[in-house]
Each structure stands twice: as structure tokens, then as C-alpha cells.
Design a protein. Sequence first.
Lengths: 202, 202
Amino acid sequence: MARPKEQTERRKDLVQAAMDAVAVRGLSGLRLKDIAQEAGMSIGSVSYYYPEIEDLLVEAHREALERFYWNRVEHVDQCESAQQQIVVAIKEGIPDEPVTSDLRMLYELHTYAGRNPTHAAMMTTLWDREVSLYERIIERGVSSKTFSPKLDARVIAETAVALEDSFNLHLVSSNEAVTARMARERLSTYLSGVLACEFTSD
Amino acid sequence: MARPKEQTERRKDLVQAAMDAVAVRGLSGLRLKDIAQEAGMSIGSVSYYYPEIEDLLVEAHREALERFYWNRVEHVDQCESAQQQIVVAIKEGIPDEPVTSDLRMLYELHTYAGRNPTHAAMMTTLWDREVSLYERIIERGVSSKTFSPKLDARVIAETAVALEDSFNLHLVSSNEAVTARMARERLSTYLSGVLACEFTSD
DNA sequence: CGATTCTTTGAAATACGTTGCAAAGAATTA
DNA sequence: TAATTCTTTGCAACGTATTTCAAAGAATCG
């Protein structure tokens, strides 16, 4: 026996470094050098753990996806009423600017996914999960008679997720006409109306 | 006097070539070579007309934006009723797959815009115009008593544009859970509900 | 045709990023 | 401490994309 492996640890560092590097430089301008810099190690070390950068990007995508989703589930599960749940879902779905590296990473990957089946599959996964999350909340609200949906729960959920995605995209794009506050309000207004239930995003 | 300049013509060719190249390779993988190939000329010629590729990208962005927007305006203006107008706006707003190079270009540029004020400003311009377009249609529908909006026209318009953007993004991303047909229906359902007016996207 | 100006090209020079690798460094055990 | 294995580094070699430019080609006019 000899020196023990600590690859899991380092790889974790690199995944975070990759996310930060993408947030700063974008997927287009991403260089090995940037990842190394963010991780505080040399280019050689990055290659040692990830001979193929694509593998690192896949891991980073997975991490961003998992973190973003589970963070929401966690917050939502801490709420009692469906009403509170939906407010929290909105709040976590469209976080305040400046947008975190998780979200930046996810939106950088969108167009990339159009040319890469692996990433496209992950995009689909996140979409499905988020739709399911809203669907569960709506069904819960129906059970407790809090909500009176005017449409199929799935249709509402899909529309809500789409709204979230769009506003987050525009926030990432620095569209000056869109603010996080306004985005949350639009989503909130939509859900409030279609679920026939009063609540605000604040 | 001597040989006349024909730069305007060639530049136009290059703008289209750039859009096609971006649609194929993405903004990340874009090479001078690809643009030259699409335009059927040499790399040297591309540099002759656009010493800075960034300038070409700005032009391509402008072209994609203008074409996408004015195409919609044109189609919408040909309709008599507000009801027909909104159906056409939806149809042109979420075109069938495969997505044209205009839309691909626009979505490739979204995250890029986050790091580039010039592109960010153009994104904002397109957003504003599209919101205005829906707003005008809604107001027209109100005048003719076709629509009975449950919310402020601007709020509805912003929500509609956001939905469009999101679905188009997912279509560009090859999200298997989203189809153009389904996207149009979701948008149609939203507008139909909030405007208290019957119409379908087909 | 000859002069002039615009256009196109291909190649050399240049710049930049990745890959591969040898060597040094660090952690653990016998 | 010596042996072993894992880790880190820096650099040379390499590949690829952009920049630059001289020279040839094309269009127009006098």
C-alpha cells in the first residue's frame, strides 16, 4: 500500500471550478487555464483528473441540475400549506440577481445541448422534474381545497416552468427590461389566476 | 474612377453566412473557416470585409432580430380580427421544427449577451418590440370587444413573450419533452384564458 | 489599351490552446 | 528510512485558428 487516492475530492473541486469558470467566461470562451485558475491548480492537474474536458462538463451539468432541483424540493418540503409551497417554489425558481453560477451554467448549456445528446437528455430530466414539482404542489393544493385549477395540473405546471426558464434566461442575458422581482411577480400572477387562489411573490 | 465598390452586397452575404455557420456549429465552435465556407469564399475575403468578427456577429444579430420581428408584424398586419392576429402571432412566434437559423442565432446569443453590452441591448430591443406587438393586438381586441383581459395588457404581453422564448429555447435545446405543437398550444391556452376569448393554435 | 481602384486569394507569420510526458513532490506502510 | 503509489507541475511538441500581406485578378473609365 502507499499514498491513498483522493480523486473524488479533487474532482469535486474541479466540477465547482468548471461551473465558476463557465459563469465567468461562458462556454464559448472556456479554457483549461480558466478551470485550473478557479481550482487553484495547474493545467496539468486538470488533465490528470479529466483527460476529456467534456466529461467534466457533463459532471458540472449534473451538479448544477441536481443542486438547483434539490434545493427547491428541500425548501418546498419545509412548507405547510400548498400556498406557501408555491410561493417558495417561485422564490427559489427565480432567485435574485446576480444569478448564481448554477443557473448561469444551466443556461450556457442550453444551446450546447442542441448539438449534444447527453446534455439534451439532462435538460429534459430537469424539465420533467420541475414540471413534476409544480404538479405535486398543485395536486396538494387541490386536495386541501386551496386551489381550484382552471386547467389540467400538468398544463399549468408546464406553463409555470416555461415562464421560470424564460425569465431566468433573460436575467442571464442582462435584458434590462426584466428584473427578478418583476419575473417572480409575473409567474405569481399567472399561477394565482389559474389556480384561483390569492398569493403574492413577496 | 475605377472599379465600383460592392461591399454592401458582400457584407450581406457574409451576415447570412455567419447566421448559418452559427446555426450549424454554435457560437462556441464558430470558426472563420465555417463562415467562409457558408459564404463560398476564402478566409482572407471574410477578413477583408470584417477585420473584426465581432462586428459581423453584431450585424448578424441585428439581421436575425429584424427579420424575426418584421416577419411577425407583416403576418399579423394581414389579419382582420384581433383573434386571427393573435393566432398568427403565436404561429410565427413558435415556428415548426427544425428551427430556422434566425432563431438559433438569437438563442445562441442569449448567454453571450450576458457578457456583452451591445448584444444585451439588442436582446432588450427585441423583447420590447415583441411585448409591444402583443400589447397592440390585445388593445385592438379590447376595442373591438373581442377580448376581455383579466389583467393589464402589458402584463399579459410580457407573459406571452416569456412563454414563447422559453419554449423556443427548449426546442433549440432538443428537450424531448417539448414540441412546437405543444408549445403553441400552451401559449394559446394561456392567452385564451386570460383574454376570455376562444381560439386555438391550429 | 492603360490607368486606377476594388476584390480575392493563398501562404507566411503569429498567436493560442491542448496533449503528452518526464521528473519532482507528497503521503502512507513496512 | 526505504519502497510504493498517488499527485502535481512545467515544458516541449503539436495542432489549429487568426492576422497580415503581397500579388494576382477583375471591373470601370478615359
